[in-house]
Ligand binder design. Sequence first.
Ligand SMILES: [Fe+2]
Length: 413
Amino acid sequence: MPSASPSERRELQAGAETRNRRDFWRDAFLAVRAETERRAAPLSAEDQLVQSMPDASPTKWHRAHTTWFFEQFLLNAFAPGYKPFDDRFAFLFNSYYVAAGPRHARPSRGILTRPTAQDVSAYRAHVDAAVAALIEKADDAAFDRIAPIVEIGLHHEQQHQELVLTDILHAFAQNPVLPAYDPDWTMPKANAGNDYAELPTGIHPVGFDGGGFCFDNELPVHRVLLQPVQISKTLVTNREWFDFIADGGYARPDLWLSDGFAQVEAEGWIAPGYWQQQDGQWFAMTLGGLRKLDPAAPVTQVSYYEADAFARWRGEHLPTEMEWETAARAGLLDDAFGIVWQWTRSSYSPYPGYRAAPGALGEYNGKFMINQMVLRGSSLATPQGHERLSYRNFFHPPARWQFSGLRLARYPD
Ligand SMILES: [Fe+2]
């Protein structure tokens, strides 16, 4: 076979790279889509419809909404001649994108008995086929514009994969028969200890600086000045929380922010979410059903208010997100990822120089930068490969249906 000329070789190489990129994105797309279905598989059609509170969405809605995201932002925009699966679905499954049109009210997602779970499966299959064909057939210039939309759509779907688990757990925890999502589920093991890592005073970079994907709220990288602080290497455990409760933690207004104690009184909180006491023993509803609490396991299902009160009870505080990121970058934190998100005392605000993307996708993060607190790390429900050192999760201070825990920080003497 005659050897190729340099220009032919370059062309062949470019063709192979394009081919590899198309294969890469098709495979990534199919893998993420399959993971959503894997998480939904143990749930019946009845399970998939339930909405146990306005903040928690039905599994069926998550499956359909993530599909709508690809239909709206990828296929309608970039696939010539694409015909939506059902014109009514844009209204039903748009979440909060005002620029993408009117939408069904969030608290009423649980009344959507139709389309059925089976209809949603057909919707997913329709969109999967169209996206795979688009990745295959788009011309090179179009492909360059498509790939970033596929990418954000996959990260978006992974966020909803986490919510599939947290939202069904909230529903199951309200159900007197306490169903198990997965009877074999176990809590990941955490490192034990009472060590604190020292963060010396200094100027540190914060924000995403790697190759690959990040959300716009992780940008731009900027420098922050940190004061000397010590940050706990380990997560706060159930055992420590037992002590907080035994010391009257939920009954002492001096430990709480005013809004937090109002929440304690209004909701009758005496323990973290899903905890219940039987014969003097604490149990909690988990993905494996009702389980006796392991004292050594990290506490989870606590709100920002509770995390803050606990820290105050210990005479310490929650780290800022900048302290957390700096310590995690230095490898100083045990179990930063994969067990519980960790509340920080940073309010969710734009980084200096932040600009939301133009158009409807600019609504993804920026418009929520008020009245919420940042959590760092990732949880046992976070899909593989979704975590990052610079990742900023955010929830309202009373929220406790996520796998949310904490680590402490303190100032050196
Ligand atoms: Fe969404």
